[in-house]
Design a binder for this molecule. Structure first.
Ligand SMILES: Nc1nc2c(ncn2[C@@H]2O[C@H](COP(=O)(O)OP(=O)(O)OP(=O)(O)O)[C@@H](O)[C@H]2O)c(=O)[nH]1
Ligand SMILES: [Mg+2]
Length: 226
């Protein structure tokens, strides 16, 4: 395919995705579910963080999760330990989730039963950035073991997200992670972006994040009823 033709095909695909994502967002609004997606490079700790989030929210909120990977049901099995409803989306060769995959996965779920729906994207710092999934909040995770400059090298994913979460915080001293440099990297691509530092292993920083999330969901609901 020639270059202009490729660009045109890609534009049409993205346009279709945006139309469907808009419909999904409207459906989420009608059903009163707050939808949070997670993007990051492979292995940053999305599933570990999400399993802990589901487990900690579950006594108070009705939660569910979708998780995307090219292959295996491994992450769905891990997330299901929280006892929340979980569905794996296997994308085959595709390096991101899209709105159609999310819509199909939700077909037999009554969204009115949930307060929060989480969507863990395929681990990739490039592909997921262009695909709106109809979510209300997008989190970009970055682990301390990846280095402080990832936001500078992959600005698009940080620009497509609302909040940054620095994971594996308890490992920071071992890998000489420089928090101030990381903060400046994020700030330079996304000024004012809210950043959390936490460890899903030790639980440090989780309470602050969960309080923020509940507040976001409450404010979102209040806005819709005003
Ligand atoms: N020390 C430490 N290890 C962590 C933490 N969070 C995750 N890990 C480890 O990091 C590895 C990858 O974690 P996952 O949760 O599978 O990462 P992921 O982002 O879901 O990976 P993909 O779905 O493959 O992209 C696992 O060995 C986890 O045990 C943390 O807070 N501290
Ligand atoms: Mg995972």
């Amino acid at each position: 395919m020639s270059e202009p033709r490729l660009v045109e095909v890609r534009r049409n695909v993205l346009k279709q995705n945006d139309i469907l994502a808009r419909a999904l967002r409207e459906r989420f609004r009608e059903k009163g579910v707050f939808v949070v997606s997670l993007v990051s490079s492979p292995g940053s700790g999305k599933t570990t963080f999400l399993e802990r989030t589901l487990t900690e929210l579950k006594p108070e909120f009705r939660v569910a999760a979708l998780v995307g990977d090219l292959a295996t049901e491994n992450d769905a099995v891990r997330l299901a330990r929280s006892k929340a409803p979980v569905k794996q989306i296997t994308t085959g060769t595709v390096c991101h989730l899209d709105a159609t995959m999310v819509q199909n996965a939700l077909q037999d779920w009554d969204l009115g039963q949930f307060d929060f729906l989480f969507i863990e994207n395929v681990g990739n710092l490039v592909c997921p950035s262009s695909y709106d999934l109809g979510e209300n909040l997008r989190l970009v995770l970055m682990s301390v073991t990846e280095g402080e400059d990832k936001p500078l090298k992959y600005p698009t994913i940080f620009n497509s997200a609302d909040v940054a979460v620095i994971t594996k915080h308890e490992l920071a001293p071992a890998v000489e992670f420089d928090w101030e440099t990381a903060r400046r990297s994020i700030e330079s691509v996304r000024p004012g972006m809210k950043i959390f530092r936490l460890s899903a292993k030790t639980g440090e920083g989780m309470a602050e994040f969960l309080a923020f999330l509940s507040l976001q969901a409450r404010e979102h609901k209040a806005l819709q009823h005003s």
